[in-house]
Design a protein around this ligand. Structure first.
Ligand code: GAF
Length: 388
């Protein structure tokens, strides 16, 4: 995982030239993300606090004169996927190319006259690790096509448009977190987002100035039943909100009263996670606004992990072991990031301890018979932007 945007850009350009025999007209990059805190709160109209990774997906594009789109990826350089207007019915294109087709569909559905295009994709965002590789792809293609065809798509509208591609075209019932992070994050900052109003604040996150690092531990745990479990969590939240008579769980103001209203123990646990997680996001933002207190932030991260493990039940053995081992080895706090059921853990560490903490996790994984994890340090990076 290099995070090297120049080489990703070069690879996208070379792939474009090899596939289409010309140079691209426009090139965009969009990053993956980690969510510092605020998990499964987005679809409850709540709060999230992601930051962008230095790892990006790059989309190199050029126009065609006909309403036809051809997408090629370095994952399958010899198997470009072509679709016409007929292929723009949601679900018509499947696999990785669906995320690009979904963007064309969503743009056209929103009334934008997107002409045909050739698109080449290269990426160094780890795939299937819960770091939003799909949102990075969507947001890179969106930026590139908007510039290529001179479309007036305000930046503030882009996350919702990309989310529609994922929800309606691809059919994944996600919230607004990933696309917002990929488009709206700023270097050196975390993005405090209100997922109801889409109001956002760039919160300074001066890790290096404080001798701190966020270590990302990709547990490489295979995602298990992800789609069904994610949809089930959403359904539980909607059911609980209806029983409580509120538009969304974000509107629960008295947790104890809400818990005593609900008979179902499972719904109580789900509600407790969402409500306390929203509070943890607000506490994290309040804390960061007055400087970076690693002990306070670490405690919030660890409390978030416990809530995901015990109340929301979205962790697996690998992520629990990674978080617990990182803490034991000296991290200020650690939590799973992203949708769950595998994926990555983030650990807030003194920079000089990142190596030993990573090694401790690797040793614990070996002892448990788990696949070796991959660790790297991520600095809060820029949101989607044009490269050429
Ligand atoms: C996934 C989804 F895509 C996001 O919308 C969000 O719900 C996240 O899981 C959990 O916080 O990344």
């Amino acid at each position: 995982m290099s995070g090297d945007v120049v080489s990703t850009r070069d690879r996208a350009g070379a792939l474009f030239a090899a596939a289409f025999g010309e140079a691209p007209a426009v090139v965009w990059a969009a990053p993956g993300r980690v969510n510092l805190i605020g998990e499964h709160t987005d679809y409850n109209d709540g709060f999230v606090l992601p930051f962008a990774l230095p790892h990006t997906t790059v989309a190199a594009v050029a126009a065609t004169g006909t309403p036809e789109w051809t997408v090629v990826s370095e994952l399958a350089p010899d198997a470009p996927v072509t679709f016409t207007e007929a292929g723009l019915a949601p679900g018509a294109v499947e696999g990785w190319a669906a995320y690009a087709a979904g963007i064309v569909w969503a743009l056209r559905d929103a009334g934008h006259a997107v002409g045909g295009a050739r698109i080449a994709l290269a990426s160094d965002v780890p795939i299937g690790a819960g770091l939003s590789s799909s949102a990075a792809l969507e947001c890179a293609v969106l930026g590139a096509l908007a510039d290529l065809h001179g479309l007036d798509v305000p930046t503030a509208d882009r996350p919702a448009l990309a989310r529609r591609a994922e929800n309606v075209y691809v059919g994944a019932p996600t919230g607004i977190l990933d696309q917002s992070a990929s488009i709206r994050c700023a270097e050196g900052h975390a993005l405090f987002l209100d997922c109801r109003t889409y109001e956002a604040e760039q919160v300074p996150f001066p890790l290096a100035d404080n001798g701190l690092s966020v270590l990302i531990i990709d547990t490489r745990a295979p995602h298990r039943h992800v789609d069904g479990e994610y949809a089930a969590r959403r359904a539980s939240c909607e059911e609980a909100a209806a029983l409580l008579g509120v538009p969304a769980l974000r509107d629960v103001t008295d947790l104890n009263a809400a818990l005593s209203t609900l008979d179902d123990e499972l719904l109580r646990r789900r509600v407790r996670h969402v409500v306390t997680e929203n509070t943890r996001v607000l506490d994290t933002v309040a804390s960061l606004r007055s400087g970076l207190d690693p002990v306070r932030l670490g405690a919030l991260l660890s409390a978030s992990h416990a809530s995901m493990r015990d109340d929301y039940e979205i962790t697996v053995g690998e992520v629990d072991l990674a978080a617990a081992t990182a803490e034991k080895a000296g991290a200020h706090g650690a939590r799973m990031t992203g949708g769950g059921f595998g994926g990555c853990v983030i650990a807030l560490c003194e920079t000089e301890k990142t190596g030993e903490i990573g090694e401790a996790v690797a040793e614990a994984f070996a002892a448990a018979g788990y696949t070796a994890p991959v660790t790297f340090v991520a600095t809060p990076s820029a949101g989607a932007h044009r490269l050429a």
